[in-house]
Design a protein around this ligand. Structure first.
Ligand SMILES: NC(=O)c1ccc[n+]([C@@H]2O[C@H](COP(=O)([O-])OP(=O)(O)OC[C@H]3O[C@@H](n4cnc5c(N)ncnc54)[C@H](O)[C@@H]3O)[C@@H](O)[C@H]2O)c1
Length: 449
C-alpha cells in the first residue's frame, strides 16, 4: 500500500520504516527540514536501536522523506497523523493535530479518489471523530465515510525497543468510523503476525484503550512508590524484596512445569525515582483533565500524579540523612553532586519529562554544584540543565563527586561500584532505581530501603 506519515518523530519515523520493512511504500512528511534531510541521507534523527539499519535498507527505495504534505497525500492511499500532542494546562495541545488535519483536508480537495486518514498520535477520546473530522471536512469540502475514510490506530511502542515493538505488536487496535476504513486498516496490517489480536472498534474506544493502557502502568509505578515510602518509614523492610515477593504471585509469574515467566508489567511494580517521558505523565494528566471537564473527580489518577511528583523529594530525603539542615531539606552549599542519567529511561535520547530535571532543580536549590552524565542524551540545550556541567564519560562524572544520584537504569551504571572501589573518600551513592548492590558501596542509600 502507498502510505504517507505526517510527523516523523519517535512514533512517525519508526512507524514509517517498519511499514516499509513490511513491504509498503512510505512517504514521511515533516515540517522540520533538518529531519527530512537527515532521513533522506539514511541518518536517524533520534537514538533508537535498530532504526539506523532499517533506514539504510529502505531510504531511496521503499521510504522517502519530504516537507511537501499535499504531494505526499496525493501520492498515497492512506495518511497517518503522527504529530506531537504535548501537554497543555490540564490537557493536551491539539494544535499540531488540527493543523495537520487541515493541511491533509486541503490536499484531499485536490484529489478525486477515496483516501483514508488515520490518527496515530495519542489524542483524548472524541478527538478523531470531533476536531479531526471537522478540520478534514472543512478543508476538503468532502464528507468522512463517503469521500474519505477516517480512523484511529493508537501506537503502543516504547522508546528503546520501538522498532521491535512495532514489528511485533502485542495487539492492533483499529478504531474506524466505518467498515471501509476497517478494511483499509486490515489490509495495511495484513503482513503482521495473524495471531496478534486485532481489536476492531470505534475511534473513541481506540483512543481510550491507549490512555487506559498508559494509566495502568503509571498507577503501578506510583503504587510501588507508595509501598516504598511505607517500607522505608517502618524500617528493616526493603520495598524491592516486598515487591519481588508480590511478583511471584501466579497472576504476575506464570508457571508451566519448571518454567516460570514473569509478566512485563512487574517491571513497573518496583520502587524508583518516578516515571517520566513523553507519554505517561502527559497522558495521565490529560485523562485527569478530561475527567474533570466531565464533572468527575478522578481521585486515583490524581494521586498517581501527586505521588510521582513527590519522588524527587524522596531522593532529597535520602541525601538529608547525610547532609541535614533545618526543615528536612539537605544543605548542599558547594557540594559536588553528580546525577547519572538524563534520558527518562535507558536506550533512548528522549529527555522529555525526565525525573532527572526535578531532582537537579532541587539539588541546585539546595546549593549543590551539579554535574550530569548520560551515555546518549548529551544535549545541553534543555532548560532543566541550565547551570549544570555535562560529563563526557562515567569516569569523569564521578571523579570529583561527593554525592552520586542514579536516576536512569542505564546498564553502564553497573560499573559504578568498580569505579569507586578503594576511594579514600567515597561519595554517598543514592540509588534512584535500586539497580546497584548496596553492600558494594561504603555509603549507600536507595529508594524504598
Ligand atoms: N514517543 C513515544 O514513545 C510515543 C509512544 C506512543 C504514542 N506516542 C504519541 O505519538 C505522538 C507523536 O509522538 P512523538 O514522540 O513521535 O513526537 P515528536 O515530537 O517526536 O514528533 C512529532 C513530529 O511532528 C512534526 N510535525 C508537527 N506538526 C507537523 C505538521 N503540521 N506537518 C508535518 N510535520 C509536523 C514535528 O516536526 C515532529 O518531528 C504523540 O501524540 C505521542 O503522545 C508517543
Amino acid at each position: 500500500m502507498k502510505v504517507s506519515v505526517v510527523g516523523t518523530g519517535y512514533v512517525g519515523l519508526v512507524s514509517g520504516v517498519c511499514l516499509a520493512e513490511r513491504g509498503h511504500s512510505v512517504l514521511c512528511v515533516d515540517a522540520d527540514p533538518d529531519k527530512v534531510a537527515m532521513i533522506n541521507a539514511a541518518r536517524a534523527p533520534i537514538h533508537e536501536p535498530g532504526l539506523p539499519e532499517l533506514l539504510q535498507r529502505h531510504v531511496g527505495r521503499r521510504l522517502r522523506a519530504s516537507a511537501d504534505l499535499p504531494a505526499a497525500v496525493a501520492a498515497s492511499e492512506l495518511t497517518f497523523i503522527a504529530v506531537g500532542t504535548p501537554a497543555a494546562d490540564g490537557g493536551i495541545d491539539l494544535r499540531q493535530v488540527e493543523r495537520a488535519a487541515a493541511a491533509i483536508g486541503t490536499a484531499l480537495r485536490a484529489i478525486d479518489r477515496y483516501h483514508t486518514v488515520i490518527v496515530k498520535s495519542t489524542v483524548i477520546p472524541g478527538t478523531t471523530a470531533g476536531v479531526v473530522r471537522s478540520a478534514l471536512e472543512a478543508a476538503s469540502g468532502k464528507q468522512a465515510g463517503r469521500d474519505f475514510g477516517l480512523g484511529m490506530n493508537p501506537e503502543f511502542l516504547t522508546e528503546g525497543t520501538a522498532v521491535d515493538d512495532f514489528m511485533n505488536p502485542d495487539r492492533l487496535v483499529f478504531g474506524g468510523i466505518d467498515a471501509r476504513t476497517h478494511g483499509v486498516l486490515e489490509e495495511l496490517y495484513a503482513g503482521f503476525d495473524a495471531a496478534v489480536p486485532r481489536i476492531r472498534t470505534n475511534p473513541g474506544t481506540a483512543e481510550m484503550i491507549k490512555y487506559a493502557s498508559n494509566a495502568v502502568l503509571a498507577t503501578m509505578v506510583s503504587f510501588a512508590n507508595e509501598i516504598a515510602r511505607l517500607c522505608a518509614a517502618i524500617g528493616g523492610v526493603d520495598a524491592v524484596e516486598v515487591l519481588q515477593g508480590v511478583h511471584q504471585a501466579s497472576y504476575f509469574t506464570a508457571r508451566r512445569g519448571p518454567e516460570r515467566s514473569t509478566a512485563g508489567i512487574a517491571a513497573f511494580l518496583l520502587p524508583g525515582c518516578g516515571f517520566g517521558g513523553s507519554c505517561l505523565p502527559k497522558d495521565v494528566a490529560a485523562l485527569v483533565g478530561q475527567a474533570r471537564g466531565l464533572g468527575l473527580e478522578p481521585a486515583l489518577l490524581q494521586s498517581v500524579l501527586a505521588i510521582n511528583r513527590g519522588q524527587a523529594d524522596e531522593v532529597m530525603k535520602l541525601i538529608a540523612r547525610h547532609y541535614p539542615a533545618a526543615g528536612g531539606a539537605p544543605s548542599l552549599d558547594g557540594v559536588n553532586v553528580t546525577t547519572l542519567g538524563i534520558a527518562f529511561k535507558p536506550d533512548t535520547d528522549d529527555v522529555r519529562e525526565s525525573p532527572a530535571f526535578p531532582i537537579i532543580a532541587r539539588l541546585r536549590a539546595a546549593g549543590a554544584r551539579v554535574m550530569a552524565y548520560d551515555p546518549v542524551a548529551r544535549s545541553a540545550a534543555h532548560a532543566g540543565l541550565a547551570g549544570v556541567s555535562l560529563a563526557a564519560t562515567l569516569e569523569a562524572a564521578v571523579a570529583g563527586a561527593e554525592i552520586v544520584v542514579l536516576v536512569t537504569r542505564w546498564p553502564e551504571f553497573s560499573r559504578l561500584a568498580g569505579l569507586l572501589r578503594g576511594r579514600a573518600r567515597p561519595p554517598l551513592v543514592v540509588d534512584g532505581r535500586r539497580m546497584l548492590e548496596p553492600s558494594a558501596f561504603a555509603r549507600y542509600e536507595g529508594i524504598g530501603l
